[in-house]
Design a protein around this ligand. Sequence first.
Ligand code: ASP
Ligand code: MG
Length: 418
Amino acid sequence: MKVFKFGGASINSIERIQNVARIIQSFSGEKLLIIISAMGKTTNGLEKVAEAFFAGDKEMALQLFHQIKEEHVKVLAQLNPAATNILSDLFTEVEWLLHDKPLREYDYYYDQIVCCGELLSTAIVSNYLNSIAVTNSWVDVRDIFRTDDNFREAGIDWQFTEQKVQQDIVPLFENTDIVITQGFVGATDENESTTLGREGSDYTAAIFANMLNAESQTIWKDVEGVMNADPKLFPDAQFIAALSYTEVIEMAYYGAQVIHPKTIKPLQNKSIPLHVRCFLKPALPGTIIGNEPVRNLPPIIVLKSNQVLMQFNSKDFSFVEDMLVSKLHGLFVEIKIRPNLSQNGAISLYCSFDNWPEKIEKLALAASELFDVQVEKDIVLLTVRHYTDAVVAELTANKTELLSQRTRETLQVLLKDK
Ligand code: ASP
Ligand code: MG
């Protein structure tokens, strides 16, 4: 059994969906569990629907949703003119909710609305594949993936989910070679939809791979494989043929967009190799990620922009010690915000965060009971694994360094434009 994950860009046009179908056909005779993301930028579009709904602008929410609906109906009709209205229940689920008034928290509504992107895309691809005799079963992953109700960042109930996978997914493969389902989505024990965090489909695929003891997982992307930097920012980024789990978990942790950071653990725990391959050039081998340490890697560069540097200064010149620090960490947990970098001094503590404006404001306010708080915006966090002085000099030229940290392998600097 192999687990595949196709990202949103792999199905953002009719031609690309047909291309995905060809890739799947080329594995005929193998058992495949396939996770497919929402089409193109649908998730971003659904986020706008959720925002409009929560802001009380029902008309706008319905109108934006209508556009998304039309696009999906059109794609389905083009791929399979004989298709019936297989999407209508999925549309109705969201439309019902949009007619209500928001009474609960935003994150709850976000998940109820945003989850439909993957349900729609997978329903379309599954229907199309069946119509061209690539027989497959479609599964609503909300019947399998049980989570807590930490909306937008839901935690998996591992035991329940594993039992469901054994009970409901394994037997499906007795009658079919291909099972198609969604990533990123789950449900609570009260049948509320949840999501696992943006880009969470890689993670879902890894959990399935783990629970099904898959021989491998493949993430199909629009790049040749893993590169040593984002090719959109660094045109001469280099392709890397092999990486260790450790290297990838570090890269993802520091913010490399290659793979969702939680993806590695379920694979590493069962030594399941992860392939990153290009859906545009399926003949290429891509990157293979596994247990073997890989030496002589090029410097790996990760840029995380839109950072906020917060400085927590002791109010009365007392040391910033355990008690205060643990109170501050309590606030991070409460507000659900995690520093990307932190550094202690005698009477101050520095942390950089992703700029989620409401969370930063909340944190600044709550922390001001304990500290004098300073906030600085528009900062970039540069991380270089396997750094060399030359690479660092080039990347930091003409920038002000606000703070830096280095271990033997990793250098991190907070930079601001001069
Ligand atoms: N569609 C979701 C997103 O764009 C999940 C994913 O693709 O992994 O974040
Ligand atoms: Mg994606």
